[in-house]
Design a protein around this ligand. Structure first.
Ligand code: PYC
Length: 421
């Protein structure tokens, strides 16, 4: 495992000194000309691609790596999500996998020497009827068997955790219980992207923004090169780490996978004094909400009900969101929404990702993240790096292989989705 010393300019003293002086801030990652070849080409400079590069360099000493993005670092799903981290999934495979991510997030500020502001404020998934309470109990049991801190609690305990929530019985959607998961919380998503980018850059990996993959060359069933708007790169390993564009990259090597792309919208309010001390999710009301350290409320909903590449917000979303949030917390009726946006989610039939090797030698995928991608960034990067470096699929991602679809081994996680879809 390689250790690097971050330059003095990144120390607390260095940053204060720089803040007091005139002059440009140091660039966090460098710009490079494209080299004619790399050992590994990663498509997508979001948290998955950056983390894969970071762990390739840190854990395996592989640094001749290019991370390509047609836009900018963290400009896709990694900068558009609502930054919720949790491991209270439904299947043992899912729970173990996301738990590793929570553990990596817990140590990430120290590991990256970059404050990612991981706030483990606790995570509540509300149940409004007996059938969702049954799913919460099921999840709690699977979680506990895997050593995860999760349990079903009743309305009185919910009220203690979130006093602003309407837990009375005479509401339209009474709250009958919740799955409470204390280790869950939120991170600052930009900080995670920038921290991994800096960590990968400092170890010698190259980040190439505004570098669009136009085609991927294969010969005798294996990857040999990537053609971009900035030139051709010879390589024997390409990793598809995109979200939203995963199908389009797959088609470049002639692969079609069971993915459908849907927009997912989110919105943020004006900042107010901190009052919400947990992430609150209601699958039945299609809403999740948390409060940032700056005081804004961040909301999200289910994916838009049609396949699309649109990243625009819609009035329908805002109206439905406002109605549903006010069912839960009528006291915030006067808060104003500031912004709304959308990201793209590649949905698989079982709501689990597709990770690992493909029928095209040298073409690997870390895709199909649906609405779970950001929280899985660290563990995905660690696992994909191990696969690339050793040629052996790590145990924790074996269940997410592409072959599970034709072989009927689905890993059903729909019941653990934050909201109904
Ligand atoms: O799975 O926690 C989640 C989530 C929140 C927002 C979208 N997905």
């Amino acid at each position: 495992m390689s250790k690097v010393r971050y330059p003095a300019k990144y120390s607390a003293l260095g940053l204060i000194k720089h803040g007091l002086m005139k002059g440009d801030w140091p660039q966090v990652w460098r710009h490079h000309e494209l080299k004619p070849s790399y050992d590994v080409v990663i498509v997508g400079a979001g948290v998955h691609g950056l983390a894969t590069a970071y762990y390739l360099a840190k854990n395996h000493g592989i640094t001749n790596v290019a991370i390509l993005d047609k836009g900018y670092v963290g400009g896709g799903g990694s900068g558009r999500n609502t930054s919720i981290v949790r491991s209270n999934y439904l299947t043992p495979e899912g729970v173990r996998f996301y738990d590793r991510s929570v553990k990596l997030y817990e140590g990430l500020s120290a590991d990256l020497n970059f404050n990612i502001m991981f706030s483990q404020m606790g995570h509540l998934t509300l149940a409004h009827n007996d059938s969702s309470l049954r799913t919460m109990r099921w999840r709690a049991e699977v979680n506990k068997l895997e050593g995860i801190d999760s349990d079903v609690i009743g309305p009185d305990e919910i009220k203690k955790l979130v006093p602003y929530m309407d837990t009375s019985e005479n509401t339209r959607y009474p709250i009958v219980g919740a799955l409470y998961h204390p280790p869950g919380g939120t991170v600052r998503h930009d900080a995670v992207n920038w921290g991994y980018a800096r960590g990968a850059d400092i170890r010698g990996c190259e980040i190439h923004q505004q570098t669009e993959v136009q085609s991927i060359e294969t010969a005798d069933g294996r990857v040999v090169a990537v053609d971009t708007n900035r030139g051709r790169i010879a390589t024997r390993t390409v990793v598809n780490c995109t979200a939203g564009w995963a199908s389009l990259i797959n088609v470049m090597v002639g692969l079609k996978m069971p993915l459908v792309t849907h927009p997912l919208q989110a919105a943020v309010t004006e900042p107010v004094k901190k009052f919400l001390n947990a992430v609150v999710v209601s699958g039945s009301l299609h809403v999740y909400v948390s409060q940032t350290d700056r005081g804004e409320l961040v909301f999200g909903a289910s994916t838009d009900p049609y396949a699309s590449y649109s990243m625009r917000g819609s009035l329908e979303f805002t109206e439905e969101l406002a109605g549903h949030v006010l069912e839960l917390m009528p006291g915030i009726a006067k808060m104003r929404l500031l912004r709304q946006w959308a990201g793209l989610c590649d949905m698989t039939p079982d709501f689990s990702p597709i990770m690992g090797i493909t029928p095209v030698e040298g073409f690997l995928v870390d895709i199909g993240w649906g609405t779970y991608g950001f929280k899985a960034g660290p563990v995905s990067g660690e696992s994909m790096a191990q696969l690339i470096a050793t040629g052996t699929t790590p145990e924790n991602i074996k269940a997410f292989d592409l072959a599970r679809f034709p072989e009927g081994r689905l890993v059903g996680e729909k019941g653990a989705a934050a909201v109904g879809h």
